[in-house]
Ligand binder design. Structure first.
Ligand SMILES: [Zn+2]
Length: 322
């Protein structure tokens, strides 16, 4: 193997191992799926071993509508004879896998990419679809301008509150309901098919891992989840788990409401104890993450490692406004 190939193989190995670690953090349960993409480096003395990424899946949710799940991330795929809409290509390797899976069900090219939010693990790889128009909420643009990593897309169309895209007679709505996971959180909804795509706001019976709470507005996330829970929903695609059961969404509405209620009660009590002075709640940052518990969620993944950070994040969101 020449030096460039060796360097490339090492990069792919590191990328794949990182993805597996990333997936392990994001997914509530470990996948037992066999590997379709296995990378081994024989040049590292076997130190890294073999990284395995579960094979991608394409699940039909409605006529012409699929859930692609690969590289620990989900995408909505809406097919028509004239073109295909996808959400979140994520990165070039995953985008190619997404393209390959789409080619198994249609010859039509991907013509529309709708990004669910601005976070970099969702927005890369758009170049794999050169015919596509990239749509993102207008708040994406300012964030992308700050990127020092490079693989951020050129946004072709933006919207403020709502945009509706038609794909082969099917309506695909993009809703901005305020900040949630990021400042450009977009809820994708197909009203006829009753399919909703959220961004990174929840996972089935799992708390968002502590490494990923800082970029999430907790009061905003609670508000968005409550609002979309009133919509007719048959399938709810969340960003990083393969399931689409709306029950997962409803359980997380309960979690965010319970967390909000518990933290808000402590803030109100602390301010009241200080005679109404807002600074009365300031000391809660030092105490509440260690003392508050929601034992009804203690069997959810990441509760032990990450619940104190959720308390802290909700406290900041209630008390400081972000
Ligand atoms: Zn995100």
């Amino acid at each position: 193997m020449d030096r460039r190939l060796l360097a490339m193989a090492a990069l792919v190995a590191v990328f794949s191992i990182s993805l597996v670690a990333y997936g392990a953090r994001h997914m509530a349960t470990g996948s037992e799926a066999s590997a379709s993409l296995a990378v081994s480096s024989s040049d590292d003395g076997g130190a890294s071993g073999q990284a395995q990424i579960p094979p991608p899946t394409m699940t039909m949710l409605a006529d012409g509508v699929y859930h692609y799940f690969g590289f620990f991330t989900g995408s909505l795929v809406v097919i028509s004879d004239d073109g295909v809409l996808v959400t979140d290509p994520s990165n070039p390797m995953r985008a190619q896998s997404l393209k390959d899976e789409i080619a198994k069900v249609t010859d039509a090219p991907v013509t529309t990419i709708a990004l669910t939010h601005e976070h970099f693990d969702h927005v890369g790889g758009t170049g794999v679809f050169p015919e596509a128009t990239v749509i993102c909420h207008r708040n994406c643009v300012a964030t992308f301008a700050l990127s020092s990593l490079g693989d951020v897309p050129t946004v072709d169309r933006t919207f403020d509150d709502m945009m509706e895209v038609e794909v082969g007679g099917k309506a695909v709505q993009l809703h901005y309901l305020g900040p949630g996971d990021g400042a450009a959180t977009t809820i994708v909804y197909m009203p006829q098919e009753q399919i909703v795509v959220t961004s990174d706001m929840y996972e089935p019976r799992a708390l968002t891992h502590k490494n990923w709470v800082d970029d999430k507005h907790y009061v905003g996330t609670r508000r968005i989840l409550n609002e979309i829970s009133t919509w007719p929903i048959t399938h709810a695609i969340n960003a990083h788990s393969p399931g689409t059961d709306p029950v997962d969404l409803m359980e997380n509405v309960g979690y965010y409401n319970d967390l909000y209620d518990a933290v808000k009660a402590e803030v109100d009590a602390a301010i009241a104890a200080a005679g109404g002075a807002p600074f009365g709640a300031y000391s809660l940052f030092d105490t509440l993450p260690q003392t508050l518990e929601l034992p009804q969620y203690s069997d959810w993944a990441n509760y032990d490692t990450s619940f104190p950070r959720h308390v802290e994040r909700m406290l900041l969101s209630i008390y400081h406004g972000d």
